[in-house]
Design a protein around this ligand. Structure first.
Ligand SMILES: [Zn+2]
Length: 428
């Protein structure tokens, strides 16, 4: 794929089409309400949330694309001016509401951009996304995989979110006299909050902008901005700090919970009050039944008390190392590029995963089978049409995948070691 054709989560001028994987700030940097660089493709849920983040955006530029459908885009080659057609499919990334990966295909082969993603092996949505990707690839390998490598290191081993959710619930239930504050971003972890509300039969406080988001997502009755109605408050991550918790405890016993795949502080709390880590189930070998019917160890040992009033729970919307490995094994890429280029935990995916890559690239052929797909108008609405491709084409040239303008998510991927976090949306 030539440069100057498409950009994913990257917003500089010069591309013919732009793709947004999700609305976290580290993927929208450079995007603004005055956007006019070209059509912007995103999922329906992202489009619904878009006005909250970019209230004056000219929505004539927004193109909603359906998850699981192939869409065709007619572009032109910047070098020759000749028509160049690509197809793409959004696939559920199971990260935050609206998050998708984009699978592109064309004469260049298959390029998969994961954005931020969680590749859990259990759960209806995960299985559906997996089958969708397998069907879309139809036996082909991925030529270039742009991978969420946030936790692409064997040290990052954390449970599925269903388990981490139960850990959070156990902490809350074990502190019936405490107020609870949970650090979250402006988007994401809704399922955690919904499950807390459902299991403990209580409303959850959120700040006013977050309540708007919850209403747009269709949760009108569970969340409130009235502190008198609940003892559980989901607060902006940037306001969550040791100082905040100490201040709150000066007036009322309060527990802080930070759901994150990253260690929230450099090492677990070792203060004299560590005996305060007295969860009702901490010493029990308890197992929970997950939604797919398997029993999993609740493993409260993976919960860390990082300060006198704060618990760090390994709840993450990014894939852990094992899931990344499974994913790479599934798509068998020829080339992998991490989208997280600077981080305290950064590891080039090639370091650990190269043995899972494909090597026999020359034997592969591009799949452009004729089939139904969505024709995407660059200047108008989408319409359904029969796409007659050129049949199975033999790929004959090495495409310049590096020409695809992909945002390298950068410095936001940092551990904040126990002090106030200044950025709103950071990896977790
Ligand atoms: Zn994200």
């Amino acid at each position: 794929m030539e440069g100057g054709m498409i950009s994913v989560d990257q917003w500089a001028k010069g591309s013919q089409a732009y793709f947004l994987t999700h609305l976290h700030s580290d993927h929208t940097r450079g995007l603004s309400s005055t956007w006019s660089n070209g059509p912007l493709f995103c999922s329906r849920t992202t489009a619904k949330l878009f006005p909250l983040k970019f209230p004056d955006f000219n929505f004539a530029f927004l193109r909603i694309v359906e998850i699981g459908s192939w869409h065709r885009l007619s572009l032109s080659s910047p070098s020759t001016g000749s028509p160049a057609s690509i197809q793409f499919m959004p696939i559920d990334a199971f990260h935050c509401p609206g998050a998708v990966m984009f699978l592109f295909r064309g004469v260049f082969g298959h390029v998969l951009y994961t954005g931020d993603f969680r590749w859990e092996e259990t759960g209806e949505r995960s299985v559906k996304a997996k089958n969708m990707l397998i069907d879309a690839l139809n036996g082909a390998n991925v030529d270039v995989l742009y991978l969420d490598n946030t936790y692409c290191n064997p040290v990052y081993c954390f449970p599925i979110r269903e388990v981490a959710t139960q850990q959070v619930i156990e902490i809350i239930a074990s502190h019936p006299e405490h107020d609870i504050v949970i650090g979250i971003d402006s988007l994401g972890k809704e399922d955690l909050l919904l499950e807390i509300s459902r299991c403990l039969k209580m409303k959850i406080w959120v700040w006013p902008e977050r309540l708007q988001t919850m209403h747009l997502l269709g949760y009108p009755d569970i969340f409130t901005t009235r502190t008198s109605l609940t003892r559980v408050r989901a607060v902006p991550r940037y306001s969550f700090s040791i100082n905040t918790l100490e201040g709150l405890n000066a007036t009322k016993p309060t527990i802080g919970i930070m759901p994150s795949g990253l260690p929230w502080v450099s090492k677990p709390f070792e203060g004299k009050n560590k005996k305060g880590f007295s969860l009702s189930v901490a010493s029990k070998n308890r197992r929970i039944l997950t939604s797919n019917g398997t029993r999993v160890d609740l493993n409260m040992r993976s919960v860390e008390k990082v300060q006198n009033h704060i618990f760090s729970v390994p709840y993450s919307d990014h894939s852990c190392y094992r899931e990344i490995k499974d994913f790479v094994w599934l798509v068998k890429p020829y080339n992998v590029k991490g989208i997280v280029s600077m981080s305290s935990c950064y590891v080039n995916p090639v370091y650990y995963l190269s043995h899972l890559f494909s090597s026999n690239r020359a034997s592969q052929s591009t799949c452009l089978d004729p089939e139904i797909c969505e024709e995407v108008e660059m200047k108008g609405k989408t319409k359904r049409t029969n796409f007659t491709g050129t049949g199975r084409k033999k790929r004959t040239t090495e495409a310049n995948f590096l020409g695809v303008r992909i945002r390298r998510v950068s410095i936001l991927r940092q551990i904040n070691r126990g002090v106030k976090i200044v950025e709103c949306d950071s990896p977790d």
